[in-house]
Design a protein around this ligand. Structure first.
Ligand code: HEC
Ligand code: HEC
Length: 500
């Protein structure tokens, strides 16, 4: 990835997206000086104030950039803790949040920036914003983990049944893709369980167990005595099931190129074609477009999964992405859309057009699908300069189910419009990039998710000589044998003649 082309990524990494899989940092025992509130105030006013505000009310200058908003410490309500519902977090809980950050939110990980002592001190200071801490008497009630039930096929099956019985799907969706029917009524979007690496506190069963026992403010607690209650054993099964839904154990295996093999017969024209399931998946990360105005800091689509096939005539790409609502169904002002971007001409070298939809020096070619317009080829010379093509060569189809789109883009390798269309070449690294819009999240135009350039490679068909040489060799052997046999026969004849 060309970082110099993505100055925004540096900013994103710094303050928007904290490391995807935060290292679990065990809270060390408090050291002398850790309770120095004055020192904690200095750390806070240097590092935390822009987001959490001078009085800890979650109203810092950068606060309105983040969804969810920075925590209002004065309210004394915390999401992530090892304590029971409505209990304040322990010092170690706060230390852990501050050290590891909350991936997928604006909350950065401070473990490598602040010393352990500074993190302890800022914990002491954060606790001064709410009177609840000072009034606290005795130790808080902790979450009892009980006897952990290890994950197994049986436990996961039990967990799945309980997931529907307890109606987790009402918010998290039937497949866990955060597309539940109640999801859009909530202030915070529920988690997509198929992306375990986006969890605020890892998707380890122990962590999931704690989340569903305590609840997460808008998400209810499922502990004993609650409206919908579960036993600890049931919560272990649910935690094992939720853990099992992630597409990757840990961080995704991000790819840099799509390797496409030739197929016999026609290429797939439909996302439901069963041949797709046999092909290798290629996952690419998408970021909010924060380089040009208008900027989008929290896009819905953070990844696309791509598969490809081709034959001597056509190429077909399957693009899969999660979007918890189908804009066409919700009647949103903007429609959901995705686009696959290519240069118009292959340079043969490393040069590529500007990744944000080209510029006035070099345009790009896009295969575009949208919920209201269907498939269309467009050219762009910058994101505000998009021209639909007069001659269309693109076909394909998109389907939506359980919080996920699957779109197939099919086109001839070569077209009669090389001025505007990329002519696909076999055996070459073809630059490819992706962009996506979630219509009912208000995404349209520059407000979108995008990737940097990657590559598509149409693998050469198996070379002919693999078939030709064995055939020639076999032919040669037969020929030589025939000559030998003939020469023997002739010798035999000559002998016979001589004798006769
Ligand atoms: C760039 C913005 C930003 C900065 C800087 C920042 N935070 Fe946060 N912080 C957030 C956001 C956003 C949340 C809310 C996440 C959520 O609700 O899921 C949060 C949440 C928290 C939480 C609460 C988690 C919970 O359990 O509810 C704590 C504690 C916290 N931050 C401490 C700090 C401290 C201490 C610093 C400075 C060392 C700091 N933050 C700096 C954005 C920031
Ligand atoms: C009323 C809607 C609702 C229901 C019902 C619900 N959740 Fe949630 N859940 C949410 C929301 C919203 C969040 C995100 C909270 C946030 O980020 O502040 C969430 C977050 C989570 C997380 C957070 C993981 C992390 O660390 O990021 C887990 C795990 C989870 N839910 C599991 C469950 C399970 C299991 C059930 C059923 C037993 C369930 N939820 C039922 C709304 C719900």
């Amino acid at each position: 990835m060309k970082l110099y082309k993505l100055p925004a990524i540096t900013f994103l990494l710094m303050c928007l997206v904290t490391p995807v899989v935060a290292q679990e940092e065990a809270p060390p025992a408090a050291s002398p000086g850790a309770t120095d509130v004055g020192a904690g105030k200095r750390v806070y006013e240097k590092r935390c104030v822009h987001c959490h505000g001078i009085k800890g009310r979650g109203d810092g200058v950068a606060a309105d950039r983040f969804v969810p908003a920075p925590t209002n410490f004065a309210a004394g309500k915390f999401k992530y803790a090892s304590t029971a519902k409505d209990e304040l977090p322990t010092d170690d809980d706060l230390f852990k949040t501050i050290s590891n950050g909350l991936p997928g939110t604006g909350m950065p990980a401070w473990g490598e920036i602040l010393s352990e002592q500074e993190r302890r001190q800022v914990v002491s200071y954060v606790k001064t914003f709410s009177k609840k801490f000072a009034k606290q008497t005795g130790a808080p009630k902790m979450i009892a983990l009980g006897d952990k039930i290890a994950s197994s096929k049986e436990s996961i099956e039990k967990g799945k049944a309980l997931f529907f019985e307890m109606e987790c799907n009402r918010c998290h969706g039937n497949e866990g893709r955060a597309d539940g029917k109640n999801a859009s009524e909530l202030k915070v979007w529920p988690r997509n369980f198929t992306k375990g690496w986006t969890f605020r506190r890892t998707n380890a069963p122990e962590e999931i167990f704690q989340r569903i026992t305590r609840g997460i403010i808008v998400m209810p607690s499922f502990a004993e005595g609650e409206n919908v209650e579960t036993t600890p054993q049931q919560r272990w099964h649910i935690a094992n099931y939720v853990h099992s839904l992630s597409q990757f154990e840990g961080a995704p295996d991000w790819k840099t190129a799509i390797m496409a093999k030739p197929v016999d017969g026609d290429v797939a024209a439909d996302p439901t074609d069963p041949r797709w399931s046999d092909l290798a998946r290629h996952d690419f990360q998408l970021f909010g477009q924060v380089t040009r105005d208008p900027r989008l800091f929290t896009p819905t689509v953070d990844m696309v999964t791509v598969k490809a096939m081709y034959n001597s005539k056509d190429v077909s790409l399957l693009v899969v992405w999660d979007d918890p609502r189908e804009s066409a169904e919700t009647g949103a002002a903007h429609s959901d859309a995705v686009a696959v971007q290519f240069p118009i001409k292959l340079s043969g070298g490393e040069e590529k057009p500007y990744f944000i939809m080209g510029n006035d020096k070099e345009s790009v070619y896009l295969m575009h699908w949208s919920g209201d317009g269907g498939m269309a080829e467009v050219n762009a010379a910058g994101q505000d300069n998009v021209t639909p093509q007069a001659k269309q060569h693109l076909t394909g189809k998109a389907v939506y189910k359980d919080g996920q789109y699957r779109a197939v883009f099919k086109r001839a390798l070569r077209t009669n419009d090389p001025q505007h269309d990329l002519q696909f070449a076999v055996g070459q690294f073809i630059p490819i990039a992706f962009t996506a819009w979630d219509g009912d999240h208000g995404e349209h135009g520059g407000l979108r998710a995008l990737s940097s350039w990657y590559h598509l490679y149409l693998e050469e068909p198996p070379p002919m000589d693999r078939f030709l040489y064995p055939t020639l060799f076999a032919g040669a052997v037969v020929f030589v044998q025939w000559r030998i046999i003939r020469s023997y026969r002739e010798k035999g004849k000559a002998k016979n003649n001589g004798e006769g």
